[in-house]
Design a protein around this ligand. Structure first.
Ligand SMILES: N[C@@H](CCC(=O)N[C@@H](CS)C(=O)NCC(=O)O)C(=O)O
Length: 246
């Protein structure tokens, strides 16, 4: 795996030298969306320059790069700007189809299914998780928690039907990259919202998947520290509550 990853990086640098292409990523360490982009580039062995943004004080580069919604991540490819993590992943996949491993399957049905699961993760896991985290009442929190837990169970089932180490099969693919942005947040959910989302009895396959994923060369260097994330999120929520109460 180490040799494969070193080779990928070497090929990436050769590609960059030959084409004179330049990739920049605007992100923040805690963003599950920005993480997807960094992971996809790492797995493909594409070198990029990373810019850590302060979302309380957005840089001119971010405001100019994503003037419509002013959010991270942004991929800057030479002078081209691409926003929205899933859109960026598709761009990387299409533009650099000849560099590194493909993230989307070749078969149209498999490709459609990968996109379906990516959408599922967005709508049924990430969105309810955020609502649970931001809920003002216990009733609201319980409702969004129920939805989040349901989504995790469904993903455990989807992985069990794969009979493979990753959603992408023997290697990581699009769905793995999309879900992996949430790994640290899922690990921190007990501390933040009082519910253990992943454990060896309820979701043994996802726990194994998560450990396998976090150990990958392209992932190790960018996965956020769970304790740091929890600390950050607690402060963020306290500030949000204080604003709501004013
Ligand atoms: N759907 C977007 C979500 C992006 C997003 O919510 N980014 C957050 C960081 S995690 C952001 O930039 N927030 C800044 C803001 O809301 O002003 C994607 O997939 O890229």
């Amino acid at each position: 795996m180490l040799i494969k990853s070193a080779l990928m990086h070497l090929l990436g640098y050769i590609w960059q030298e030959q084409l004179g292409d330049e990739l920049k990523v605007l992100g923040t360490w805690r963003s599950p969306f920005a993480l997807r982009v960094r992971l996809a580039l790492n797995f493909k062995g594409l070198p990029y320059e990373y810019f850590e943004e302060d979302l309380d004080n957005k840089s001119d580069l971010l405001l100019k790069s994503n003037p419509f919604i002013k959010k991270l991540p942004v991929l800057i490819h030479n002078n081209i700007l691409i926003c929205e993590s899933l859109v960026i992943l598709e761009y990387i996949e299409e533009k650099f189809s000849d560099v590194g491993p493909a993230l989307l399957p070749v078969d149209p049905y498999e490709r459609a299914m990968a996109r379906f699961w990516a959408r599922y993760i967005e709508d049924k896991l990430v969105a309810p998780w955020l609502k649970m985290f931001r809920a003002n009442t216990n009733e609201e929190k319980a409702e969004w928690m129920r939805e989040t837990v349901e989504a995790v169970k469904t993903l455990e089932g989807a992985l069990s039907r794969k009979l493979a180490p990753f959603f992408g099969g023997d290697d990581v693919g699009y769905v793995d990259v999309v879900l992996s942005g949430m790994i640290a947040w899922m690990q921190g959910t007990k501390a933040l919202c009082g519910v253990e989302l992943l454990d060896t009895t309820k979701t043994p396959l996802l726990v194994e998947w998560m450990e396998r994923f976090a150990g990958l060369e392209g992932a190790k260097e960018v996965m956020p520290d769970v304790d740091k994330l929890v600390e950050f999120a607690k402060i963020k929520r306290a500030k949000m509550m204080a604003l709501d109460n004013n």
